[in-house]
Design a protein around this ligand. Structure first.
Ligand code: G6P
Length: 609
């Protein structure tokens, strides 16, 4: 949610900042801006729209200077506009970029107005700029002014501050919104995600909650909430340098769909030893916790919530322990029951989703036995704050619509359930079946990808539609939900998913010959039930698009189109059936000409409520 980049160097930094923003654009893309210090003068350029608008403007009028900050925005307070775009300034002295939401900004604004500060934007961020200016009057030191200012802020922030009297330093502050410092040779960088800085460094250090740091070309001084100096080393990043490039693909989403066999293989690597999933892969304390656990509570948001729903089906059938799943933003704001000996699981691609993080913190207060996160970003808040962690290895996911992050989550979650089930007495042969099924996933996904051109043709049928339904049963119900979410987020076609048995309780009224109905129909014990639901649709003229096993008893006929999916194991079928649904939504969006990688109004990582 919003992207931040900053640099203190000995060379002009505008290009580094713009490349960083381009790499972070997936996080927010309604406006962008940059401020650069040149001869003790802050020069600022902002543009409504994408980073391209900003870089075009800088090509016409370049900004020289070796210290600068930049931002790509996803609007929270104030509409997307140039005046609301960051960096925000106070007079000609201070410039600030900020991620997060300052909850007490109204109150601070009133106080600052009485002191003569004028506000020109509708953002909460402008308050930070003026507050620092006010504090600087007392301290005459930028670090101290920022430390004093952040103590007055309520809410979440990742902020970078620049001052024209201190041309070779940036002050960074983190509370609730990630910030990383990158070390180059005689230069230093900051960003909200290391991906932004991979072209210039591989040495990174993440700020912890509440820390404020002074960054110069050659030094980094980090202070904790008690203003004590902290010692911490930079670490070498394992993220691939080309992670921000599309390669031969037109969109990141298609690249990431095709990366799935590899990202699942990498997620499995070293995790199954001698045919067994061992508890150590979840953390040193996992064995003890899995022996004791009697219930599971999972919370997540968006696509990760769908992974949670699939896990519930797996967990109760294999491990035979109760598993509750809930959307994080609901869980955190209601009074809920905490079972005895319960494990609290969060699922998150980014590890920074505000609601999921808040739910974890609440769970700790509520006395869960332990917490575990399934996450794609090492060092993220959820990873650091959980007792146990399973890192998916999807690599950087840039497309806003989650694809490889979802399937790697599912692979990890199936290993987790398999492992807990082992501790709960699942037989050796059943464990071996799960392991075989998991090991076959990369191969089966590769096969599913071969249906791409057939699905591209089917996508033509959807491009003029305004509505669609997705049906599934059992653990394919969440997959139908994920298919519907993909279609609505990138093609803007209204898509709803139903457990097929619910059809007759309402949605059947929507069906006519204009309504496409996607059915996720693997050959399993629920297939006959599902076929009856499909007949109900056909009888009312609905157009069926059936995703079914190779030898499933469906044939192409009027009103029925069939896509064959090869999935040898019931347990992993939800993962394999996800692939054709991703391809379908991708092709529909391409035909409709929407912005596939950066759909309107959305952001990749939602670090605000
Ligand atoms: C945003 C993204 C979704 C993602 C959700 C949860 O809405 O656009 O793709 O599923 O956040 O994010 P997380 O990082 O916690 O998985």
């Amino acid at each position: 949610m919003c992207g931040i980049v900053g640099a203190v160097a000995q060379r002009d930094v505008a290009e580094i900042l713009i490349e960083g923003l381009r790499r972070l654009e997936y996080r927010g893309y309604d406006s962008a801006g940059v401020a650069i210090l040149n001869n003790n003068d802050i020069q600022r350029v902002r543009r409504l729209g994408k980073v391209k608008e900003l870089s075009d403007a800088l090509e016409v009028s370049p900004l020289p200077g070796s210290t600068g900050i930049a931002h790509t925005r996803w609007a929270t307070h104030g509409e997307p506009s140039e005046v609301n775009a960051h960096p925000h300034i106070s007079g000609s002295d201070f410039a600030v970029v900020h991620n997060g939401i300052i909850e007490n900004h109204e109150e601070l604004k009133e106080q600052l107005k009485t002191k003569g500060y004028e506000f020109v934007s509708a953002t909460d961020t402008e308050v930070i700029a003026h507050l620092i200016a006010e504090e600087y009057k007392n301290f005459k030191d930028l670090l101290k002014a920022v430390q004093s200012a952040v103590k007055q802020l309520e809410g979440a922030y990742g902020a970078v501050v620049m001052n024209r009297n201190n041309p070779e330093e940036l002050i960074v502050a983190r509370s609730g919104s990630p910030l990383v410092v990158g070390k180059g040779i005689g230069e230093m960088f900051v960003a909200s995600d290391q991906l932004a800085l991979l072209p210039v460094t591989r040495q990174f250090l993440y700020l912890e909650e509440g820390e404020v740091a002074r960054v110069t070309r050659t030094t980094l001084d980090i202070y904790d909430t008690d203003e004590k100096l902290i010692e911490r080393d930079f670490e070498e990043s394992s993220v691939q340098h080309d992670a921000g490039d599309k390669g031969p693909y037109r969109h990141f989403m298609m690249k990431e769909i095709h990366e799935q066999p590899e990202s699942i293989a990498s997620t499995l690597e070293g995790r199954i030893i001698n045919g067994e999933i061992t508890s150590e892969i979840f953390g040193v304390k996992a064995k003890e916790i899995f022996d004791e656990v009697e219930a599971i509570q999972i919370v997540a948001c968006g696509t990760s919530f769908h992974a949670a729903m699939v896990t519930k089906y797996w967990c109760e059938s294999l491990a035979n322990i109760p598993c509750h799943v809930e959307i994080a933003s609901e869980y955190r704001y209601r009074k809920s029951f905490t079972p005895q000996k319960a494990l609290f699981i969060t699922i998150s691609q980014s590890g920074e989703t505000a609601d999921t993080l808040a739910a974890l913190r609440l769970a700790k207060e509520k006395g869960f036995m332990a917490s575990l996160t399934v996450c794609n970003v090492p060092g993220s808040s959820l990873v650091r704050e959980s007792d146990l962690a399973f890192m998916t290895r999807a690599g950087a996911e840039i497309g806003v619509a989650s694809t490889k992050a979802f399937t790697t989550q599912l692979a990890g979650l199936l290993m987790l359930v398999g492992c807990i089930a082992k501790h709960k007495g699942l037989s050796e042969s059943e464990q071996a079946d799960i392991v075989h099924a998991i090991e076959a996933i990369p191969r089966e996904i590769q096969k599913a990808l071969e249906q791409d051109s057939l699905i591209e043709q089917l996508a033509e049928d959807f491009s003029e539609k305004h509505h669609s339904l997705f049906l599934g049963r059992g653990e394919q119900y969440p997959i139908a939900m994920e298919g519907a979410l993909k279609l609505k987020e990138i093609s803007y076609i209204h898509a709803e998913a139903y457990a097929a048995g619910e059809l007759k309780h309402g949605p059947l009224a929507l069906i006519d010959h204009e309504m496409p109905i996607v059915v996720v129909a693997p050959k399993n014990e629920l297939l006959e039930k599902l076929k009856s639901n499909m007949e109900e649709v056909r009888a009312r003229g609905g157009q069926l698009y059936v995703f079914a096993d190779k030898d499933a008893p469906f044939k192409e006929e009027d009103g029925v189109k069939v896509v064959r999916v090869e999935s040898a194991h019931d347990i992993t079928a939800p993962i394999i059936y996800t692939i054709p649904l991703q391809l379908l939504s991708y092709h529909v969006a391409v035909i409709k000409g929407t912005d596939v990688d950066q759909p309107r109004n959305l952001a990749k990582s939602v670090t605000v409520e």
